[in-house]
Design a binder for this molecule. Structure first.
Ligand code: FAD
Ligand code: NAD
Length: 448
């Protein structure tokens, strides 16, 4: 006899936790399942552990930048210490999460969930049936289909390295490559990035990325663009990475090769066909309410749904929408307006709303202010050479269409632009706001 629930959630990450708590609070019987330790990508293998390691790296970088300005002496990064600091946050997470589920009367399953029928599943050998299923299974690294792919480690492996290897190759040049290279290079590794696009960080403004590339050069990070990795072979104690760039084939020797080439919804093991759940090109086919178009008992949220950008606040937003639709019928649709995004390089780069190219493609009439601003006080007081912005404002409505920032406090100031975009606050109103001085936000008036 299968155990029966009102809602079974596949996953225990951000989307799962938010949805489970809301649906349980309404009195439904709820269970969650995960084959990994409970807590999901953000808390255990993504945002938070990465930011714990950025914390120490940023502190050292600040001390280095301030050399000769009253801060003297040797500061260097010790990898084991960075790792221990990270673990002080991550290690307690699974137990804490299990406890939170238990306190709320949410059942927990450890095992891989697989559909066996429209609303029946097998979870590591245990049969379960549910009136509804929420797929909150997150994302997994894209298969690259190259010889030697099995030698790659992923974000989870990188964030658990006991020792930092001397020579690291990152395959791909997006968020993960940018953030991991900024940590590893400062901790003493020689880093090479192979990016098959013409530039790094394609989710961010090209001009600002160009300014940030000065920092990659200063750190000695070898960024090869228009370069596609074609093979990884074992070579002695390390690896030989082959790539094709515009000049032909090249090889680099490395002690570690890291997957930073994108992620896709983690659907492979779910046996979607057994439940009649339609999917196309690796993505679930969902309606505007995050519900499967072919199996109405099933909803999805977060990275597994990938209706919005694969970021933590989106997972949380999706979960609220899916939970409301489960409880009250399909009334809510996700709203992805003004989702800010930050790559936590040092300094960070941030974006929200439309890019300049998107605004032009849409034929919008907009005013744009953009400058490198390393002479501004915000950069000077942090002894930081990289600071700049690009802000787009609609000429007719005076609404902010997009904001792009790089430099000190970009990760915080972008949230004020996100607020303006999501809630329709005009540029004039932003300009007339008194922001605490001197702070990153106090530059906003001059960016508009
Ligand atoms: C290195 C890295 C850094 C990141 N940094 C940021 C950041 O700074 N800011 C930001 O906003 N976003 C960041 N992200 C993205 C963010 O982590 C994700 O968008 C978010 O965690 C997704 O949450 P989720 O609940 O949708 O899925 P997840 O948190 O991935 O949870 C899915 C869970 O489902 C489980 N699962 C999968 N398949 C099955 C199955 N068949 N049976 C049982 N369990 C299953 C998985 O084990 C996993 O625990 C980062 C991602 C990475 C990889
Ligand atoms: N700060 C954050 O918010 C943050 C940080 C890390 C990850 N994430 C999330 O995780 C996801 C995955 O991150 P990511 O950095 O792996 O993906 P990404 O999409 O940011 O970048 C991957 C890059 O790899 C390139 N690429 C793909 N295959 C390649 C190959 N064979 N050779 C060379 N280059 C190749 C792609 O052109 C792309 O630009 C992101 O989309 C993001 O949503 C977010």
């Amino acid at each position: 006899m299968a155990i029966s629930y009102d809602l079974l959630i596949i996953g225990t990450g951000t989307a799962a936790m938010v949805a489970a708590m809301r649906v349980r609070a309404a009195g439904w019987s709820v269970a969650v399942a995960d084959f990994r330790s409970f807590g999901g990508t953000c808390a255990l293998r993504g945002c938070d552990p990465k930011k714990m390691m950025i914390g120490g790296t940023d502190a050292a970088d600040h001390a280095w930048r301030m050399q000769g300005h009253g801060v003297e002496g040797d500061t260097h990064l010790e990898w084991p210490g960075l790792l221990a600091f990270k673990r002080s946050f991550t290690v307690p997470i699974p137990d804490k999460h299990e406890q939170r589920y238990e306190e709320k009367g949410i059942d927990t399953f450890h095992g891989r969930a697989r559909f066996t029928g429209p609303n029946t599943l097998d979870i590591g050998g245990t049969p379960v049936e549910a009136r509804h299923v929420l797929i909150a299974a997150g994302a997994e690294p894209l298969r690259l289909g190259i010889p030697g792919e099995e030698h790659l480690i992923d974000n989870e492996g990188f964030l658990e390295l006991e020792r930092l290897p001397k020579r690291i190759v990152l395959v791909g040049g997006g968020y993960i490559a940018a953030e991991f290279s900024h940590i590893a290079a400062r901790a003493g590794a020689k880093v090479t990035i192979f990016q098959h696009g013409e530039r790094m960080l394609k989710h961010f403004d090209p001009d600002l990325v160009g300014w940030l590339m000065d920092k990659f050069r200063d750190l000695g990070i070898d960024v090869r663009t228009d370069a596609e990795v074609t093979a990884i072979e074992k070579s002695g104690e390390g690896y030989r990475v082959s790539a094709m760039d515009l000049d032909g084939e090249l090889t680099v020797e490395a002690d570690l090769v890291v997957h930073a080439a994108g992620r896709k919804p983690a659907l492979t093991d779910l046996d979607l066909a057994a439940a009649g759940i339609k999917h196309e090109n690796g993505r679930l086919v969902l309606n505007a309410h995050l519900q499967s178009v072919s199996n109405p008992t099933v909803y999805a949220a977060g990275d597994a749904a990938q209706m919005g950008p694969p970021l933590t606040p989106v997972s949380s937003h999706d979960a609220k929408v899916a939970a409301a639709n489960l409880l009250e019928g399909n009334k809510q649709r996700p709203n992805y307006d003004g989702v800010p995004s930050v790559a936590f390089t040092i300094p960070p780069i941030a974006a929200v709303g439309l890019t300049e190219a998107e605004a032009r493609d849409k034929g919008m009439k907009f005013g744009m202010k953009s400058a490198r601003a390393e002479g501004w006080f915000t950069a000077r007081q942090a002894a930081e050479k990289i600071y700049g912005f690009k802000v787009l404002v609609d000429k007719e409505t005076d609404l902010v269409l997009g904001a792009h920032l790089v430099g000190p406090h970009a990760d915080e100031v972008i949230n004020i632009f996100a607020l303006a975009i999501r809630h329709g606050i005009t540029a004039e109103k932003l300009k007339s706001t008194m922001f605490a001085y001197p702070s990153g936000a106090s530059d906003i008036g001059s960016m508009l």
